[in-house]
Design a protein around this ligand. Structure first.
Ligand SMILES: [Zn+2]
Length: 83
């Protein structure tokens, strides 16, 4: 029964295949809240099967690193701004 209250309450998360039955992980290329919840559960009991950065796609991590580099460069003080 797709879209039922029970289906919305319970999701099937596969950390190895990087999928969740909500579909957002596959669409966004980074883990949805359900996947992160499962991952954090495993991490809490010291049984996380992967590093958390392994849950996102290569392209997503590349995009994030580009944004971080861009904003880091923008926020660095210019030589004129330093006392
Ligand atoms: Zn999900």
């Amino acid at each position: 029964m797709p879209g039922s209250a029970a289906e919305r309450r319970f999701r099937n998360v596969d950390l190895r295949m990087k999928t969740c039955s909500c579909g957002r992980w596959q669409t966004r290329q980074f883990p949805c809240e359900h996947a992160l919840s499962v991952y954090l559960h495993f991490e809490r009991i010291h049984a996380a099967p992967y590093a958390i950065c392994d849950l996102a796609s290569y392209w997503y991590l590349l995009l994030v690193s580009c944004y971080l580099t861009y904003f880091l460069v923008l926020t660095l003080p210019t030589p004129e701004a330093q006392p």
